[in-house]
Design a protein around this ligand. Structure first.
Ligand SMILES: [Fe+2]
Length: 277
């Protein structure tokens, strides 16, 4: 197995390993360490059934189901699908994950890792973008860092001021009756000790003490610090890629720059995390 850094702040490429075969404990630990140290891994040339992809995900921890049943595979609920053929009720395109975010921040125990595996890809475009929210946090001016460290976000299904393009967002807001979950805006990754900016802009109703609109403005401002070329990795998909990242140290977003008539289908699995602190 070879592990090669992609850039200083985020990403490493893993080759020469087949995760559908049994792994020894030392290799498994080496992969885990490489993931938390590099924030994201691209594991090349895998040939997975959904079951094998789930088993590969479980090498990194306990898997969890997507909270929304419509994304789960009916016969294998721990594997989700990200499918561009899914539409809003009015037939319009679904823009899930089009803004920089961390996954499922509205859950008390959000996933620490998200994994994707490419099944069907458009001819061009459709990349997954990752940015180090740890490097982003560390790059903030000191007074700004002090101001946001300690802030808390109130997380719901879809925030009332969310700047989402999905036409179904109003419907999701009405369905989202679950108790809001409070998360730190700056969290510490227990595996590395590093602090990072942590949020999902569409799931934040507000930062405690701020209006929803002012909150969205502040989150947009933070994205400006995180999304710099040096802190960002654009993953252009190849068949056989398994991508895994650490939601505790990264924000990510999907590109919608491809022909909507072409299908982009990925399997997605989640690894359960601890309570963010
Ligand atoms: Fe996501």
């Amino acid at each position: 197995m070879q592990i090669a850094k992609i850039s200083e702040h985020i990403g490493a490429e893993v080759t020469g390993i087949d995760l559908s075969q049994p792994l020894d404990e030392a290799t498994q630990q080496q992969l885990y360490r490489a993931l938390v140290d590099n924030i994201a891994l691209v594991i090349r040339d895998q040939h997975f059934t959904p079951q094998q992809f789930l088993a590969a995900t479980r090498l990194f921890g306990e898997s969890m189901q997507d909270e929304d049943a419509k994304y789960r595979m009916p016969d294998l609920p721990f594997v989700g699908t990200v499918d561009s053929m899914r539409k809003n009720k009015d037939g319009s395109r679904v823009y899930n994950g089009e803004r920089w975010h961390s996954d499922h921040t509205n859950q008390e125990f959000p996933p620490k890792f998200t994994t994707l595996y490419a099944v069907e890809l458009p001819d061009n475009g459709g990349a997954t973008n990752l940015a180090s929210s740890k490097a982003g946090f560390e790059s903030l001016p000191e007074d700004f860092r002090k101001r946001i460290d300690g802030m808390q976000t109130v997380n719901v299904i879809v925030g009332s001021a969310a700047r989402s393009k999905n036409s179904d967002r109003k419907k999701w807001q009405q369905e989202g009756t679950r108790k809001p979950v409070i998360q730190p805006l700056v969290r510490t990754n227990p595996d590395t000790g590093g602090k990072a900016i942590y949020f999902h802009p569409n799931k934040v109703e507000n930062i405690v003490g701020m209006t929803p609109e002012d909150t969205q403005d502040l989150l947009d401002e933070l994205v400006g610090y995180v999304v710099r070329p040096a802190f960002t990795y654009v993953h252009k998909w190849r068949r056989g890629d398994m991508l895994i990242w650490d939601n505790r140290s990264a924000l990510h977003k999907a590109e919608f720059d491809y022909d909507p008539a072409q299908r982009r289908l990925l399997y997605r699995c989640l690894v359960k995390g601890e309570r963010p602190q």
